[in-house]
Write a protein that binds this ligand. Structure first.
Ligand code: TXA
Ligand code: MG
Length: 322
Protein backbone atom coordinates (compact mmCIF):
# COMPACT_ATOMS: atom_id res chain seq x y z
CA UNK A 1 0.00 0.00 0.00
CA UNK A 2 1.22 3.47 -0.73
CA UNK A 3 -0.08 7.04 -0.84
CA UNK A 4 0.30 8.45 -4.35
CA UNK A 5 0.08 12.02 -5.53
CA UNK A 6 -3.07 12.34 -7.61
CA UNK A 7 -1.09 13.17 -10.77
CA UNK A 8 -1.23 11.28 -14.08
CA UNK A 9 1.08 8.58 -12.76
CA UNK A 10 -0.89 8.11 -9.53
CA UNK A 11 -4.15 7.89 -11.46
CA UNK A 12 -2.65 5.27 -13.76
CA UNK A 13 -1.52 3.20 -10.78
CA UNK A 14 -5.03 3.43 -9.33
CA UNK A 15 -6.71 2.47 -12.62
CA UNK A 16 -4.36 -0.52 -12.97
CA UNK A 17 -5.09 -1.64 -9.41
CA UNK A 18 -8.85 -1.38 -10.00
CA UNK A 19 -8.63 -3.29 -13.29
CA UNK A 20 -6.81 -6.08 -11.44
CA UNK A 21 -9.66 -6.30 -8.90
CA UNK A 22 -7.80 -4.32 -6.22
CA UNK A 23 -8.98 -1.59 -3.86
CA UNK A 24 -8.15 2.10 -4.07
CA UNK A 25 -8.41 4.86 -1.46
CA UNK A 26 -10.36 7.52 -3.38
CA UNK A 27 -10.68 11.12 -2.16
CA UNK A 28 -14.16 12.58 -2.42
CA UNK A 29 -15.49 15.92 -1.20
CA UNK A 30 -17.17 14.16 1.77
CA UNK A 31 -14.79 11.48 3.08
CA UNK A 32 -12.26 9.09 1.54
CA UNK A 33 -13.88 6.06 -0.11
CA UNK A 34 -12.64 2.49 -0.49
CA UNK A 35 -13.17 2.08 -4.21
CA UNK A 36 -13.57 -1.07 -6.29
CA UNK A 37 -14.95 -1.71 -9.78
CA UNK A 38 -18.73 -1.84 -9.25
CA UNK A 39 -19.34 -4.44 -11.96
CA UNK A 40 -16.65 -6.82 -10.60
CA UNK A 41 -18.32 -9.02 -7.97
CA UNK A 42 -15.03 -10.39 -6.58
CA UNK A 43 -13.62 -6.90 -6.16
CA UNK A 44 -16.84 -5.85 -4.39
CA UNK A 45 -16.50 -8.87 -2.08
CA UNK A 46 -12.97 -7.69 -1.24
CA UNK A 47 -14.40 -4.34 -0.08
CA UNK A 48 -16.66 -6.08 2.46
CA UNK A 49 -13.75 -8.24 3.66
CA UNK A 50 -11.31 -5.32 4.01
CA UNK A 51 -13.79 -3.28 6.06
CA UNK A 52 -15.16 -6.29 7.99
CA UNK A 53 -18.53 -4.90 6.84
CA UNK A 54 -21.61 -7.12 7.11
CA UNK A 55 -22.96 -8.06 3.68
CA UNK A 56 -26.47 -6.85 4.63
CA UNK A 57 -25.15 -3.27 4.37
CA UNK A 58 -25.36 -2.14 0.70
CA UNK A 59 -22.79 0.03 -1.08
CA UNK A 60 -23.06 3.29 -3.04
CA UNK A 61 -22.23 3.14 -6.76
CA UNK A 62 -20.25 6.26 -7.74
CA UNK A 63 -20.79 7.48 -11.30
CA UNK A 64 -18.78 9.87 -13.48
CA UNK A 65 -20.41 13.21 -14.27
CA UNK A 66 -19.57 12.85 -17.95
CA UNK A 67 -22.02 10.60 -19.81
CA UNK A 68 -24.17 10.39 -16.70
CA UNK A 69 -27.41 9.44 -18.48
CA UNK A 70 -25.79 6.40 -20.09
CA UNK A 71 -24.21 5.33 -16.80
CA UNK A 72 -27.51 5.69 -14.93
CA UNK A 73 -29.20 3.52 -17.54
CA UNK A 74 -26.85 0.67 -16.64
CA UNK A 75 -27.68 0.78 -12.91
CA UNK A 76 -31.26 1.99 -12.42
CA UNK A 77 -34.68 1.68 -14.11
CA UNK A 78 -35.55 4.18 -16.89
CA UNK A 79 -38.14 5.94 -14.69
CA UNK A 80 -35.62 6.28 -11.87
CA UNK A 81 -32.95 7.62 -14.24
CA UNK A 82 -35.34 10.30 -15.55
CA UNK A 83 -36.30 11.28 -11.98
CA UNK A 84 -32.63 11.41 -10.89
CA UNK A 85 -31.58 13.61 -13.80
CA UNK A 86 -34.41 16.02 -12.99
CA UNK A 87 -34.06 16.29 -9.21
CA UNK A 88 -30.26 16.33 -8.97
CA UNK A 89 -29.80 19.44 -11.08
CA UNK A 90 -27.83 21.77 -8.82
CA UNK A 91 -26.90 18.90 -6.44
CA UNK A 92 -24.86 16.60 -8.69
CA UNK A 93 -21.92 16.44 -8.75
CA UNK A 94 -21.97 16.77 -4.96
CA UNK A 95 -22.63 15.20 -1.55
CA UNK A 96 -26.01 13.64 -2.37
CA UNK A 97 -26.78 9.92 -2.80
CA UNK A 98 -30.06 8.69 -4.30
CA UNK A 99 -31.55 5.29 -3.53
CA UNK A 100 -33.36 4.20 -6.71
CA UNK A 101 -35.08 1.12 -8.14
CA UNK A 102 -32.28 -0.97 -9.60
CA UNK A 103 -31.86 -2.21 -13.14
CA UNK A 104 -31.72 -5.92 -13.89
CA UNK A 105 -28.14 -7.13 -13.90
CA UNK A 106 -26.91 -5.08 -10.93
CA UNK A 107 -24.78 -7.42 -8.76
CA UNK A 108 -26.67 -8.54 -5.63
CA UNK A 109 -23.64 -7.99 -3.43
CA UNK A 110 -23.63 -4.26 -4.25
CA UNK A 111 -27.25 -3.81 -3.12
CA UNK A 112 -27.26 -6.45 -0.36
CA UNK A 113 -30.04 -8.14 -2.34
CA UNK A 114 -32.40 -5.11 -2.10
CA UNK A 115 -34.46 -4.05 -5.11
CA UNK A 116 -32.89 -0.59 -4.89
CA UNK A 117 -29.38 0.70 -5.56
CA UNK A 118 -27.66 3.80 -4.14
CA UNK A 119 -25.93 6.08 -6.68
CA UNK A 120 -23.96 9.30 -6.36
CA UNK A 121 -21.82 11.59 -8.50
CA UNK A 122 -18.97 13.03 -6.39
CA UNK A 123 -17.58 16.48 -7.18
CA UNK A 124 -13.97 16.01 -6.02
CA UNK A 125 -11.81 16.42 -9.15
CA UNK A 126 -9.67 13.36 -8.32
CA UNK A 127 -12.76 11.18 -7.86
CA UNK A 128 -14.14 12.50 -11.14
CA UNK A 129 -10.89 11.77 -12.99
CA UNK A 130 -10.72 8.25 -11.54
CA UNK A 131 -14.37 7.52 -12.40
CA UNK A 132 -13.91 8.76 -15.94
CA UNK A 133 -10.88 6.53 -16.41
CA UNK A 134 -12.12 3.44 -14.56
CA UNK A 135 -15.94 3.56 -14.85
CA UNK A 136 -18.48 3.18 -12.02
CA UNK A 137 -16.96 2.35 -8.62
CA UNK A 138 -18.47 1.23 -5.35
CA UNK A 139 -16.98 3.25 -2.50
CA UNK A 140 -18.00 2.97 1.12
CA UNK A 141 -16.10 5.18 3.53
CA UNK A 142 -12.56 3.80 3.80
CA UNK A 143 -12.69 2.85 7.48
CA UNK A 144 -13.12 -0.45 9.26
CA UNK A 145 -16.82 -1.09 9.89
CA UNK A 146 -18.28 1.03 12.69
CA UNK A 147 -15.21 3.25 13.01
CA UNK A 148 -14.52 6.91 12.26
CA UNK A 149 -14.62 7.85 8.57
CA UNK A 150 -11.32 9.02 7.01
CA UNK A 151 -10.95 12.63 5.87
CA UNK A 152 -7.22 12.51 5.05
CA UNK A 153 -5.18 9.97 3.07
CA UNK A 154 -3.19 8.87 6.13
CA UNK A 155 -6.43 7.92 7.91
CA UNK A 156 -7.08 5.37 5.15
CA UNK A 157 -3.69 3.80 5.79
CA UNK A 158 -4.35 3.75 9.56
CA UNK A 159 -7.69 2.03 9.02
CA UNK A 160 -6.99 -0.45 6.25
CA UNK A 161 -3.23 -0.84 5.74
CA UNK A 162 -2.29 -3.35 3.07
CA UNK A 163 -5.88 -4.17 2.11
CA UNK A 164 -5.67 -1.07 -0.10
CA UNK A 165 -3.42 -1.17 -3.18
CA UNK A 166 -3.18 2.59 -3.78
CA UNK A 167 -4.40 5.65 -1.84
CA UNK A 168 -4.69 8.80 -3.96
CA UNK A 169 -3.82 11.97 -2.06
CA UNK A 170 -6.63 14.44 -2.67
CA UNK A 171 -5.84 16.52 0.43
CA UNK A 172 -8.21 16.98 3.37
CA UNK A 173 -11.89 16.50 2.48
CA UNK A 174 -13.77 19.72 1.88
CA UNK A 175 -17.15 18.69 3.40
CA UNK A 176 -15.98 16.23 6.06
CA UNK A 177 -19.22 14.30 6.64
CA UNK A 178 -20.75 11.74 4.28
CA UNK A 179 -23.31 12.43 1.56
CA UNK A 180 -26.99 12.91 2.36
CA UNK A 181 -28.84 9.71 1.36
CA UNK A 182 -32.37 10.14 -0.09
CA UNK A 183 -34.74 7.45 -1.36
CA UNK A 184 -37.05 8.02 -4.33
CA UNK A 185 -40.72 7.95 -3.33
CA UNK A 186 -43.83 9.98 -2.56
CA UNK A 187 -42.72 11.45 -0.21
CA UNK A 188 -38.99 10.94 -0.74
CA UNK A 189 -37.17 9.41 2.25
CA UNK A 190 -34.23 10.89 4.16
CA UNK A 191 -32.09 7.85 5.00
CA UNK A 192 -29.02 9.73 6.27
CA UNK A 193 -28.44 13.45 6.95
CA UNK A 194 -25.17 14.57 5.37
CA UNK A 195 -23.34 17.12 3.26
CA UNK A 196 -26.42 18.36 1.35
CA UNK A 197 -28.84 20.23 3.64
CA UNK A 198 -32.33 18.78 4.02
CA UNK A 199 -33.94 22.22 3.49
CA UNK A 200 -32.28 22.62 0.08
CA UNK A 201 -33.55 19.20 -1.01
CA UNK A 202 -37.06 19.92 0.26
CA UNK A 203 -37.28 22.96 -2.03
CA UNK A 204 -37.08 20.55 -4.96
CA UNK A 205 -38.60 17.35 -3.56
CA UNK A 206 -41.19 18.69 -1.12
CA UNK A 207 -41.19 17.53 2.51
CA UNK A 208 -38.98 14.48 3.15
CA UNK A 209 -39.95 11.71 5.53
CA UNK A 210 -37.10 10.63 7.82
CA UNK A 211 -36.31 6.90 7.79
CA UNK A 212 -35.45 7.25 11.49
CA UNK A 213 -38.97 8.43 12.44
CA UNK A 214 -40.81 5.97 14.65
CA UNK A 215 -43.22 3.97 12.56
CA UNK A 216 -41.51 4.88 9.31
CA UNK A 217 -41.36 1.82 7.04
CA UNK A 218 -38.33 2.39 4.82
CA UNK A 219 -35.03 1.60 6.46
CA UNK A 220 -31.42 1.97 5.46
CA UNK A 221 -29.62 -1.21 6.49
CA UNK A 222 -26.39 0.65 7.25
CA UNK A 223 -27.93 3.20 9.61
CA UNK A 224 -27.02 1.31 12.75
CA UNK A 225 -27.29 3.05 16.11
CA UNK A 226 -23.58 2.58 16.85
CA UNK A 227 -21.24 3.90 14.17
CA UNK A 228 -18.45 6.44 13.58
CA UNK A 229 -17.06 5.30 16.94
CA UNK A 230 -13.66 6.00 18.44
CA UNK A 231 -12.20 3.30 20.73
CA UNK A 232 -12.59 5.72 23.67
CA UNK A 233 -16.17 5.85 25.04
CA UNK A 234 -17.98 9.04 24.00
CA UNK A 235 -20.44 11.00 26.19
CA UNK A 236 -22.53 13.86 24.79
CA UNK A 237 -22.87 17.35 26.27
CA UNK A 238 -26.24 18.67 25.02
CA UNK A 239 -25.33 22.29 25.82
CA UNK A 240 -21.99 24.14 25.79
CA UNK A 241 -19.58 23.18 28.58
CA UNK A 242 -18.29 25.71 31.11
CA UNK A 243 -16.09 26.00 34.20
CA UNK A 244 -18.81 24.41 36.38
CA UNK A 245 -18.49 21.08 34.59
CA UNK A 246 -15.81 18.86 36.19
CA UNK A 247 -14.42 16.96 33.26
CA UNK A 248 -12.29 14.56 35.34
CA UNK A 249 -9.50 13.99 32.84
CA UNK A 250 -11.76 13.62 29.81
CA UNK A 251 -10.71 14.57 26.28
CA UNK A 252 -13.14 17.25 25.12
CA UNK A 253 -14.58 17.97 21.68
CA UNK A 254 -15.90 21.52 21.75
CA UNK A 255 -18.13 22.78 19.00
CA UNK A 256 -16.98 26.43 19.31
CA UNK A 257 -14.80 28.60 21.53
CA UNK A 258 -16.25 29.05 25.01
CA UNK A 259 -15.31 29.72 28.62
CA UNK A 260 -12.26 27.95 30.10
CA UNK A 261 -12.81 24.32 31.11
CA UNK A 262 -11.81 22.52 34.29
CA UNK A 263 -10.18 19.09 34.40
CA UNK A 264 -9.97 18.33 30.65
CA UNK A 265 -6.81 16.51 29.57
CA UNK A 266 -7.12 17.57 25.91
CA UNK A 267 -9.44 19.87 23.98
CA UNK A 268 -10.26 20.12 20.27
CA UNK A 269 -12.41 23.01 19.04
CA UNK A 270 -14.31 22.19 15.82
CA UNK A 271 -14.87 25.81 14.81
CA UNK A 272 -13.81 28.73 17.05
CA UNK A 273 -16.51 30.95 15.56
CA UNK A 274 -19.18 28.24 15.45
CA UNK A 275 -19.36 27.78 11.67
CA UNK A 276 -21.08 24.43 10.87
CA UNK A 277 -19.18 23.95 7.58
CA UNK A 278 -15.81 24.35 9.32
CA UNK A 279 -16.97 22.09 12.17
CA UNK A 280 -18.09 19.34 9.76
CA UNK A 281 -14.80 19.53 7.88
CA UNK A 282 -12.82 19.00 11.11
CA UNK A 283 -15.16 16.56 12.92
CA UNK A 284 -13.67 13.16 12.11
CA UNK A 285 -10.00 14.22 12.31
CA UNK A 286 -10.69 15.83 15.71
CA UNK A 287 -12.40 12.68 17.02
CA UNK A 288 -9.47 10.65 15.75
CA UNK A 289 -6.88 12.80 17.51
CA UNK A 290 -8.86 12.83 20.79
CA UNK A 291 -9.11 9.04 20.53
CA UNK A 292 -5.31 8.87 20.40
CA UNK A 293 -4.90 10.78 23.69
CA UNK A 294 -5.73 7.71 25.79
CA UNK A 295 -8.23 9.53 28.03
CA UNK A 296 -10.87 7.46 29.89
CA UNK A 297 -13.62 9.15 27.89
CA UNK A 298 -14.35 11.77 25.25
CA UNK A 299 -16.99 14.40 26.06
CA UNK A 300 -18.47 15.96 22.92
CA UNK A 301 -20.61 19.09 22.71
CA UNK A 302 -23.52 18.79 20.30
CA UNK A 303 -23.89 21.43 17.59
CA UNK A 304 -26.53 24.01 18.65
CA UNK A 305 -27.56 24.52 15.03
CA UNK A 306 -29.62 21.43 14.21
CA UNK A 307 -30.33 22.29 10.56
CA UNK A 308 -28.13 21.44 7.58
CA UNK A 309 -24.61 20.34 8.46
CA UNK A 310 -25.40 20.66 12.17
CA UNK A 311 -27.97 17.87 11.69
CA UNK A 312 -25.30 15.66 10.10
CA UNK A 313 -22.69 16.48 12.78
CA UNK A 314 -25.09 15.64 15.61
CA UNK A 315 -26.18 12.43 13.87
CA UNK A 316 -22.53 11.28 13.72
CA UNK A 317 -21.85 12.31 17.34
CA UNK A 318 -24.96 10.48 18.63
CA UNK A 319 -23.90 7.29 16.85
CA UNK A 320 -20.33 7.66 18.12
CA UNK A 321 -21.75 7.84 21.67
CA UNK A 322 -23.86 4.66 21.56
O1 TXA B 1 -20.17 10.46 1.19
C1 TXA B 1 -20.36 9.26 1.00
O2 TXA B 1 -21.49 8.81 0.70
C2 TXA B 1 -19.17 8.31 1.14
C3 TXA B 1 -18.17 8.65 0.02
C4 TXA B 1 -16.98 7.73 0.00
O3 TXA B 1 -18.82 8.67 -1.22
N1 TXA B 1 -19.57 6.94 1.09
C5 TXA B 1 -20.26 6.38 2.13
O4 TXA B 1 -20.55 5.03 1.96
O5 TXA B 1 -20.58 6.99 3.14
P1 TXA B 1 -20.98 4.08 3.16
O6 TXA B 1 -21.02 2.74 2.58
O7 TXA B 1 -20.07 4.30 4.31
O8 TXA B 1 -22.45 4.52 3.51
C6 TXA B 1 -23.50 4.23 2.60
C7 TXA B 1 -24.85 4.36 3.27
C8 TXA B 1 -25.05 3.24 4.27
O9 TXA B 1 -25.73 3.76 5.40
C9 TXA B 1 -25.95 2.27 3.49
O10 TXA B 1 -26.73 1.44 4.30
C10 TXA B 1 -26.79 3.24 2.68
O11 TXA B 1 -25.87 4.24 2.28
N2 TXA B 1 -27.34 2.56 1.50
C11 TXA B 1 -26.68 2.07 0.44
N3 TXA B 1 -27.53 1.46 -0.42
C12 TXA B 1 -28.77 1.58 0.10
C13 TXA B 1 -30.08 1.15 -0.31
N4 TXA B 1 -30.27 0.47 -1.44
N5 TXA B 1 -31.13 1.46 0.50
C14 TXA B 1 -30.95 2.17 1.64
N6 TXA B 1 -29.73 2.58 2.09
C15 TXA B 1 -28.66 2.29 1.33
MG1 MG C 1 -19.38 4.52 6.30
Amino acid sequence: MSIHDADAEGLQAAVRALAAGGLVGMPTETVYGLAATAADASAVARVFAAKARPTFDPLIVHLPARGLAAHLARWVTPTAAAWALRVTEGFWPGPLTLVLPRAAGVPDLVTAGLDTVAVRVPRHPVAQALLEAAGPLVAPSANRFGRISPTRPEHVVEELGDAVAVVLDGGPCEVGVESTVVGMGEPAVLFRPGGTPRAALEQVLGPLIAAADPGSRPRSPGQLASHYAPRTPVALAPSPLGPDDDLQGAAVLRYADGPALRGACAVEVLSPGGDPAEAARRLFAALRSLDAVGAPRIVAELCPDTEGLGHAINDRLRRAAV
